[in-house]
Design a protein around this ligand. Sequence first.
Ligand SMILES: [Ca+2]
Ligand SMILES: [Ca+2]
Ligand SMILES: [Ca+2]
Ligand SMILES: [Ca+2]
Length: 209
Amino acid sequence: MIRPLIGLLALAALAAGGGSLAVGPESTNFGIPSSVFGGGGGAASSATYAVGGTAGQPVAGPAQSANYALGAGYWPGITDADTDGVFDASDLDDDNDGFSDSAESSIGTNQAYPCGGSGWPAELVGGEFSENKVTIQDLGSFLLPVNHFNTDENDPGFDPRWDLVPGPAVPGGDWISIQDIGALLGGPTSTPPMMDGAAIFNGPTCPLP
Ligand SMILES: [Ca+2]
Ligand SMILES: [Ca+2]
Ligand SMILES: [Ca+2]
Ligand SMILES: [Ca+2]
């Protein structure tokens, strides 16, 4: 019954004009047919840019629960940055670097990449001897060359990049405090899952370049 059904779908798509059909895996007894009815699209390019698009796709996008996810259409947009089986839309820490998406949004680092100064909040100072590694240089950067310590959002030295536990430790307190320095030395952000529980201070380098 699979092939006649697919044939009908193909005829219907052709009759509608501009439609297209993709066929999924199948065996003698079972098949997973897949199809798309679109109004057009395809590949387009110039010397500098290229785009692959589908026009007129009536149903597309991600839908998911705690256990299942459905990516409908050609561009479903479902991603799992750390490939732990928890899709980014449900994962509180997309890249498994120990800093929540919410914290990284405030700090200004990449929520989907766990290393380097732009992806790992703990990597405050890079360079030859400190690249992807937390050292005394990262600790010292709270004070020099700009003093970020004991500042809040109204102080000139405040920079959310050093506010590793976003906001004040106590209501009305400084936003960048001993709590933020402590995030490098103790607590879950000092032994992020990507390090397999190893302490990051004077410990291993971030596992990705
Ligand atoms: Ca995930
Ligand atoms: Ca993260
Ligand atoms: Ca990150
Ligand atoms: Ca803080």
